[in-house]
Structure formats: structure tokens, C-alpha cells
Design a protein around this ligand. Sequence first.
Ligand SMILES: *Cc1c(COP(=O)(O)O)cnc(C)c1O
Length: 455
Amino acid sequence: MADTIKFLLNESDMPKFWYNIAADLPEPPPPVLHPGTGQPITPDDLAPLFPMAVIQQEVSQEREIEIPQPVRDVLQQWRPSPLHRARRLEQALDTPARIYYKYEGVSPAGSHKPNTAIAQAFYNKEQGVKRITTETGAGQWGSALALAGSFFGLEIEVYMVRVSYDQKPYRRAFMETFGATCIASPSNRTESGRAILEKDPDSTGSLGIAISEAVEMAAQREDTKYSLGSVLNHVLLHQTIIGQEALRQFEMADDYPDMVIGCTGGGSNFAGIAFPFIGRKLRGEQDVDVVAVEPANCPTLTKGAYAYDFGDTAHLTPLVKMHTLGSTFVPPGFHAGGLRYHGMAPLVSQLSDMGVIKPRAYAQAACFEAGVTFAKAEGIIPAPEANHAVRAAIDEALVCKESGQGKAILFNLCGHGHFDMQAYTDYFAGKLFDQDYDPSEVAMALAGLPSVASG
Ligand SMILES: *Cc1c(COP(=O)(O)O)cnc(C)c1O
């Protein structure tokens, strides 16, 4: 058998619909609540922040939602993305497992994020919006939206979490190349940012804080909307193109995964690869194990509460029921910046609460070790976030080696690590310490959870 096997679809085989898992859930998702009244929010409540087409997708129960042609036209530049069988990794591990990975690093921004950035930019443009504000953690989301803004002629303003802004100057240059503005968060531009800086001038920032800043700016101007790169239903919906392609590619491979693995920050790349497979499981068509991997020092699914909470630190967003470490919790700075979020996508949280998804947490040094093993075998350097999924896939393959039982393992290689080489440099220098999160800080943040009658 050849060293590597790549399953490629033609452009014409790119899915024409997104898959909406809400249609297959045994119970409807808990409602999103208005932060002031505690009542379910209406589309009108969200209208200052999002275009109406996006709001409709957020609450849709339709199983299939058509991907607009202008969105398909842009996605076709790099989609369908390849599915690889990791033959050399299997040989290096001496495992009977069949390891597959879907590679999203082929997008111009180097991650899965443009799948939704392109769609969101399109819907904003269609509604006459001029400017979009957003937050970014590691910089991948800011890069993706900057790219999308450039394609659709929109101004993009990005609040970038301070610790990543300092660690990753090339991400900022990337965004600026596409004409976007990139601001370190917390910043002096917003009330939310100034409030944080007053208490802690050296704040490393967090996604929760950056979201507050971006939402605050969007709410102030008629021509400006806000865009989120993960967590919300419509974002997860846009990412399902990944798993739908994978389903077709497994047909080409004449195989089917026993296990699907994704790393989880806000849950979007995980949902993207896993939801189409979970849908088949929920409909009783084909069983599959699904594993969500998160960082041990921001352990939302494994250690968080499943409760109503705010999406941001300054409490400007609606309340959603999700796994959360508390909206005021600031995770310690570590290299998988895209995974430093206190909450989790409500849909992923619900599936985890139902036991459909099995979450697990890994420390970062173990993830980098797996990433290096993968890179040596397959020639692709994974993003630090993706290393969490790589770690789980390798661990599962090693379990197969122990038991002598082969199974098919699919993971999402959600991005490459070419902008993250400082993290690899630190790892090789032995400087990548696992700085534990402070459980008392989480306890404090959870004690501050908003009280909601319906729980
Ligand atoms: C943003 C990002 C993540 C985390 O976000 P999710 O919504 O959980 O996917 C993970 N990996 C990469 C490469 C990212 O860019």
C-alpha cells in the first residue's frame, strides 16, 4: 500500500447544503435568554448585532440549509478539502488502527475558520452592512474574517487577546494585509476594555473580554455588525461542510470511522467534522464514538458547570445554556490560544450532557509531543489547538496496538501551525510548562453565574 492515500472530491461534489443538527435532537435546544428580562430572546433583540439571515439560521429547525452560490464560489478556491489516510503515522506507531484526518489547513487563512467567515461576510454584505467588529484569540478567526472582508468589500475591526497579540505579530500583519484593523484587547477604546485595564493594567486578556469590546463597538453604530467565529449555532452550521465532505470521502475509501475526534475551543471545528456523523447516529443509521478534546487548563466540558451563562466578561451578550467555567474566569496564558474560552457551544454542551459526546482534557506538553510525532510522519505541522485532536487520535491508535484490534479513527486537522512556530520553539527548548488553572478562580467565577429560573 502507498505511503499516503488522499481522498479528493471534485469541486462539483462540494456539498450544496449545510447540515443543521437541531433537526435531529431528541429535545429542542434550551432557549437563549435576554440578559435583562430572563425571557427567551426574539430575532429583533439580536438584530443590532447580526444580519437577519444569520439570526434565522441561529433558530432554524430545518435539517438542510442551502449554501448560497456566491459563498460556494469562494469556498471552491480550496474546497473540498482533502481527507488523508495517515499511513506513515500508522507505521510509525505500529498500530492496526486506520487513522484518517481531514485537513482544513488548506484554506488561505490556514484553518477551518474561513468556512463561516465567508458565509457571514456574504450575509452582512447582502444586508448593506459596511463594517464588522469581532474578537480573535490566537488570530485565526481575525485572519479568516479579514480575508472574507476583503473578498466582500467590508471593513473589519479585530480585538485580539493581548497574550496572543504579543506572541503572534505575524497574525496581525496577516490581518492588515487584507485591510483589517487589529487592536490588542483589553484596549482603551471601549468601556469594557477600560474597566478591565483599571483593575489589571497587565491583563493578558481573554476571549470573553475581547467579545465584550467587539460587541460594544458594534452596538454603537448603525452600519456596523458583530461577528463571532465559534460557539453559536449558525457558526457550527457553516462548519458542517467539513463532515459532509468527509462522509462522501469515506464512501470513496469504502470505510467508516468507528471514532471521530476534534479539539474544542468554542466547539466549531469539532461540530464541523462530527455533527454529520452524529446526525447519522441520532437517526439510528450508523453508530460512532465521538470524542471532544480540550486543554487541561481551560477544561470547559470536563470541569465546567452546565448552566446559563454570559458569552462575555462584561455581560453584554444574551444568556445561553452551556458548559462554562464562569464568564469572569481568565484562563492562564498557554499556546493553544484558540482554546482559551470559558464557555462551549450550546449544541456541543447539550450533546455532551446527553452522553453522545465523550469529552477529555490534555495538558499542552503531551499535545506538542503528539504534534511532532504527527509532523515527522505526515509532513504537516499542526496548529497547537489541533495537537489536542492529534494526541487523542494517537492515544486511541496505541490502545488499538495493545488490544491488537484495528479500528478507523478520524480526526479534524483543523489548521496548520505555521504562525505558531514560537510555541514549537518553546516546546523544543523545554520552556513549555503546563501552568495549571486556579480552581479557586473557577469556583469564584461559577459562584457568580447568573440565576435563571428555568435553570
Ligand atoms: C479557532 C480555532 C480553534 C478553536 O475554535 P473551535 O470553534 O473550537 O474550532 C481550534 N483550532 C484552530 C486551528 C482554530 O483556528
